[in-house]
Design a protein around this ligand. Structure first.
Ligand code: ADP
Length: 399
């Protein structure tokens, strides 16, 4: 079975064709800078070895972006398939499923309408996801298509975890509540960690720590999310590359009064000019380490704040779960940054987390444990694979 996974971001489109029998990806790629004067596509094809292509094009929208991707996938010279009919299913990442979607959904008119109804909850992402779906339905008319939501894994949270202490009618009228994101990643690494622990997922208590450009932490009890750090939007929780994470909600009013800033301006600042970048001007952890090592005090502060916040969430979720079998690090920083892992776990020995400094050292491209043998709570690094999880979920949804 060949499944094409399509992931439309607000200004990018990632795709990967997966052969579920062989476990290979015959083709993958990314279209970036959609909507700018010049965008570009990078395409990787596995034919006669690995071949890579990079082309600049004006790419006004996701419609054009997906057509470029499909041109490469079916290219007479390096295409992974001769015709679109060789693709058996398409899996779409959709950011916000609201309370409507608690599982992946096979796409039909009602599903499309429900995704549209959830646009107010994700105004930047759901419209791009819908374009991806609509163009894919046109390009692959005979192919079943599945929507896999970033939020669905978190729909098992109890109301005490997902409600905000705001007037209740805001929840009733607007469905204003915590949703959580990165659900496919948290689910993927939770399942992988249970296998690595040699326990049924239903019997595990896990803290999954997804640290990338966007970061979130989830408490997973028996394979079900019981709490997560992101909220109504992906701005909440940990500080991130450019997002502020949790801040005092009175800061909006304070800035309006003392800096005469409007809501849109504040929102833009909290999303794009804050987080690691806001503190030290850099949002890539590799640059921050270089600067720290050169004595940059703001870079040092940004690093310390980040690791401290990760530690606080791990502590909080140990309390939520009443202990844990494992803490599982994943994504760009979680997989590659041993110093973040070490600093976030240091001082948690009394809570049962004892990291092994030498096992923890270095970048991890494969799953491995990084705790000491006597550590009651295990610590693992598990590389995430959101596209594979979307393909697996799509296959399962199609029976
Ligand atoms: P996204 O949220 O965009 O999917 P990723 O999970 O790919 O992000 O993570 C990207 C981030 O991972 C980069 O911004 C960088 O901070 C971090 N990163 C990547 N490689 C390393 C590394 N070797 N050491 C430290 N941090 C890294």
């Amino acid at each position: 079975m060949k499944i094409l996974v399509i992931n439309c971001g607000s200004s990018s489109l990632k795709y990967r064709l997966l052969d579920m029998e062989t476990g290979t990806a015959p083709a993958s790629g990314m279209v970036e800078r959609i909507g700018e004067d010049v965008g570009f596509i990078t395409h990787k094809a596995l034919c006669d070895g690995e071949r890579k292509f990079k082309e600049d094009h004006p790419i006004p929208d996701h419609d054009v972006a997906l057509r470029f991707a499909v041109d490469h996938l079916t290219h007479p010279d390096h295409g992974a398939v001769a015709h679109v009919s060789e693709i058996d299913a398409v899996g779409h990442r959709v950011v916000q499923g609201g309370e409507t979607f608690k599982a992946p959904a096979v796409i039909d008119k009602d599903v499309i309408e429900a995704i549209r109804e959830n646009i107010p909850l994700a105004p930047l992402h759901n419209p791009a996801n819908l374009t991806g779906i609509e163009v894919a339905l046109e390009l692959f008319p005979k192919c079943p298509q599945v929507a896999v939501f970033d939020t669905e894994f978190h729909q098992t949270m109890p109301s005490r975890a997902y409600m905000y202490a705001l007037p209740y009618e805001l929840y009733e009228e607007l469905r204003l509540r915590r949703y959580g994101f990165h659900g496919t990643s948290h689910r993927y690494v939770a399942k992988a960690a249970a296998r690595l622990l040699g326990k049924p997922l239903e019997e595990t208590r896990l803290i999954t720590v997804h640290l990338g450009n966007g970061s979130s932490i989830t408490a997973v009890d028996g394979g079900r999310c019981v709490d997560t750090s992101m909220g109504l939007t992906p701005l909440a929780g940990l500080m991130m590359g450019t997002r502020c994470g949790d801040i005092d909600p009175a800061i909006h009013a304070f800035l309006a009064e003392n800096r005469n800033m409007g809501i849109a301006e504040i929102d833009d600042m909290l999303n794009k000019q804050s987080g690691l970048k806001g503190i030290c001007g850099m949002n890539d952890m590799r640059d921050i380490h270089d600067a720290r090592n050169d004595g940059d005090a703001k870079a040092q502060l940004a690093f310390e704040m980040f690791a401290y916040q990760v530690k606080k969430y791990i502590g909080a979720y140990l309390a939520v779960l009443g202990g844990a079998d494992a803490v599982v690090f994943t994504a760009g920083i979680g997989e590659n940054d041993d110093f973040v892992r070490e600093t976030a776990c240091s001082g948690l020995e009394q809570l049962g987390i004892i990291i092994d400094q030498s096992a923890n050292q270095g970048r991890k491209s494969e799953a491995c444990s990084v705790h000491r043998p006597e550590s009651p709570v295990q610590v693992w690094v598990v590389p995430t694979d959101e596209e594979l999880e979307i393909a697996l979920a799509s296959r399962a949804a199609l029976g």
